[in-house]
Design a protein around this ligand. Structure first.
Ligand code: ZN
Length: 268
């Protein structure tokens, strides 16, 4: 989401977040006040619903996942998918894992989700060159590598398979997340006729996209409402712009008035 939000001068009290750009990049990047984690959590709940209706059993933030090999490890990956199909469409859509369960499935697939902004915030130490800024999926690739570094080895030591679920706030998925998502949809629509399969896939693309857009809009609205034009703990807004149309725009985005074009644009 790249909204022009004039009047916002500070996203929180962190001295490292002094610069707050009018396009909301800093607002979306800032982890303070729990707004960013809400976007992540909301998305995981919707993804879990999709997995559930597709017949894939999951556990959310299970404790002690890695304690077979590392008894002191308290990391809790977001979702563990059990009996996860590893390949669909005759192998044309498949994950890079060896099946270790009946019907070519994966016994336990550990996933951890990141929702990342395509651009670094204006306060980031490292800014992008024009060449890097133009690379599609750059932020998603970076987040994918970071997740592999964090969970890859310990998953392997515990005999588990790991797949990062990475989505940019624009709605663009990392290529492997896209494969995972398509495997789930193909599993859900297996045996359905073309019309039903198409409607079902569109429904879930819309549902996940709306969840992402609403969560981001709510996060921005939350920060805006906290300030209400005053200098308060966590946020500072300029009075000059207090009555501009931002709130109306954000309320519109956080309501139910998405056009299909917006929905599609977010999932492509
Ligand atoms: Zn901040």
């Amino acid at each position: 989401m790249h909204l022009n939000i004039p009047g916002i001068t500070k996203c929180c009290e962190d001295p490292k977040h002094k610069i707050c750009d009018p396009f909301g990049t800093q607002m979306t990047s800032c982890k303070k006040n729990g707004h960013k984690i809400m976007i992540h959590d909301n998305f995981n709940v919707e993804l879990r619903s999709l997995l559930s209706v597709s017949g894939i059993n999951t556990t959310l933030e299970e404790k002690g996942v890695y304690q077979t090999a590392a008894p002191d490890c308290n990391m809790r990956p977001d979702l563990i998918c059990r009996n996860m199909p590893q390949s669909t469409n005759g192998g044309r859509v498949s994950l890079p894992f060896e099946a270790d369960a009946p019907d070519g499935r994966i016994s336990q697939l550990v996933t951890d989700t990141s929702i990342v902004h395509p651009l670094p915030g204006p306060n980031a130490v490292t800014q992008l060159s024009l060449e890097n800024a133009l690379k599609p999926g750059r932020a998603a690739k970076l987040a994918f590598s970071a997740k592999i570094s964090k969970h890859g080895d310990i998953c392997h030591q515990n005999g588990l398979k790991f797949l990062p679920i990475i989505i940019e706030t624009s709605g663009k998925m990392h290529p492997k997340t896209s494969i995972f998502y398509n495997i789930v949809l193909n599993t859900l629509t297996s045996g359905a006729n073309l019309a039903v399969a198409s409607i079902t896939k569109f429904y879930w693309a819309s549902r996940l996209s709306c969840c992402l857009q609403k969560s981001i809009a709510n996060a921005l609205l939350g920060k805006y409402k906290t300030s209400n034009g005053k200098s308060v703990r966590g946020l500072h807004f300029s009075h000059t712009h207090r009555n501009n149309g931002i709130e109306n725009d954000i309320v519109r985005l956080s309501g139910h008035s998405f056009s299909f074009g917006q929905v599609l644009a977010a999932v492509v």
